[in-house]
Design a protein around this ligand. Structure first.
Ligand code: NAD
Length: 220
């Protein structure tokens, strides 16, 4: 599967490297050129056990590459993961401007049916907002797309293990076509680990991530 991961921070880099390792053809995009140049040379900006080896292994096999060219990443990919930051504002609300900006670019550059997957942690209802922004930016193009919520539960320090052996993979969408594509992406992971798949609607998947974060915060 041809995949574009937009935002090569902690989550985007781990997700991109792991998806490549599962056999997908992945390009990770970021706006910081220096970071992208380093990553293409196997220099990793964060420390995460096993990540450097995973990136180098998949770079060598040409299943993983890094780029600043978002337009090309959108056009060549069947699935686009949004993994940009959602920092807290002074009010405590998450700043969704990075997510919205990526949605604008996806709408402007959509050239065929694609699945847009939100990995960033966003409030319930954001998937619908992303869908609306993409639709508004399609101009007059008659193109179909689906928006999916696939929240990430990784912990820093055990991120690769958490991605490769998750307790569950949550997929939120109303589209059976998108569910099938998402299952294909994670197929080898289901076969090797017996991980189960939670298939639900967009809003419920978004709520599961917030509920999980709240539970973990209260537990600590
Ligand atoms: N870090 C974690 O442990 C963790 C775990 C689960 C979920 N999350 C969620 O995942 C999301 C990403 O978190 P993170 O820690 O990876 O953030 P991060 O700040 O490390 O990475 C975000 C990256 O996106 C890039 N970016 C910003 N705008 C862009 C654009 N228009 N195009 C391309 N790249 C762009 C930034 O340069 C940065 O490299 C957040 O919503 C966070 O809450 C984080």
């Amino acid at each position: 599967m041809k995949i574009c991961v937009v935002g090569t921070g902690y989550v985007g880099l781990v997700v991109g490297a792991c998806l490549a390792d599962l056999g997908n053809d992945v390009v990770c995009i970021d706006v910081v050129k220096e970071k992208i140049d380093k990553l293409n040379n196997g220099i990793i900006p964060i420390y995460e056990p096993g990540l450097e080896q995973l990136v180098k292994y998949n770079l060598e096999r040409k299943r993983l590459r890094f780029s600043i060219d978002l337009v090309s990443g959108i056009k060549i990919s069947k699935v686009i993961f949004i993994a940009v930051g959602t920092p807290s504002k002074k009010s405590g609300d998450p700043d969704l401007s990075q997510v919205k900006e990526v949605a604008v670019q996806i709408g402007k550059n959509l050239n065929s049916y694609k699945v847009i997957v939100n990995k960033s942690t966003v409030p319930v209802g954001t998937g619908k907002v992303v869908k609306k922004i993409i639709q508004e930016n399609l101009a007059n193009k008659k193109l179909d797309f689906d928006v999916v919520s696939n929240p990430e539960f990784l912990k820093e320090g055990a991120a690769i293990q958490d991605f490769m052996r998750p307790n569950r993979v949550v997929i939120g969408t109303e589209s059976s076509k998108a569910i099938k594509i998402m299952k294909d992406i994670y197929d080898s992971l289901f076969l090797s680990t017996g991980t189960y798949f939670v298939s639900t609607n967009l809003e419920t998947a978004e709520m599961i991530k917030y509920a999980s974060n709240a539970f973990l915060a209260a537990k600590n």
